[in-house]
Write a protein that binds this ligand. Sequence first.
Ligand code: ZN
Length: 318
Amino acid sequence: MRYPLWCKVGDAPPAVPNYNDKRGFHMLITVLPRPWRRVACTLALVALATVIAPSGFAAPAAKALRLYILDCGTISPMDPALFSLKKEEIKGDASFVSPCYLIVHPKGTLIWDVGQVPDAMIPDDGTEVVNDRILKATRRLTTQLAALGYTPKDLNFVAMSHYHADHTANANAFAGSTWIVQQAEYDAMFSTAQLGIRTPDSYKDLKDAKRITLHNSDHDVFGDGSVVVKSAPGHTPGHQMLFLRLKHFGPLLLMGDLYHLPEERSLDRVPTFDFDAATTRTTRKTVEAFIRQTHATAWIQHDPATYAPLKKAPAFYD
Ligand SMILES: [Zn+2]
């Protein structure tokens, strides 16, 4: 432990201690014999850390809700048929972006989706790496968090829209956070069945993490309605979305992979690889009604055209 200056002043106590000295604790320390001084200083520092720690000693707190958008890579163009669309029906080339999101609330922090290339694979010097043929990244998630003043250990909550490999790459780094997950998703993630688009090694440390388990239900993360994890099954058994009420921006829905391409929404198409297409359609109806009712802006997370004009960290939405 490093001791502050007031713990080091003078090697020996003064011959005549002055108990009226207004410097208080400092003087009490200096009148103690040296071994006792060390004990007193240690106790004082532990007490100080205990008082400061709950409000986040290292991590910056925010006075109002903030959303930071982090760059977790891109996905190479895919066959539109995977999304039940023809090439001539879509505007782009079916390439995706894969953002991660940091939510900072006065009462705590949440990371939403954790990337598609593990940080350990990324040189972080701007060189692009490719994971699993099509998942690309140039920047580490942890480096981007550090630039904002956070380490994974600082974050109170972790949640992912779903278990597909392009959302879970760095999940193990957040095993010390409380994991918000639907029971159906948890069961699929750790099932022994052969499931596609799943990289269990990337999230294995979450298996026994502290968690809030939901049963096809929503969860108000900080208790004031401003950050709500919303159940949206179909794409996967326990797929979920994140609803935010930002003071200046207004209501915002991060839709996870309820849609990947805007044309899925406008032409009513469901990807071929959805867990349950009928459930996806039911969920979409409920979600579209929710968007109309709340007047929320709804972002398709993977859509490059939605993503391009958005403010990226260190800028933020509040
Ligand atoms: Zn995805």
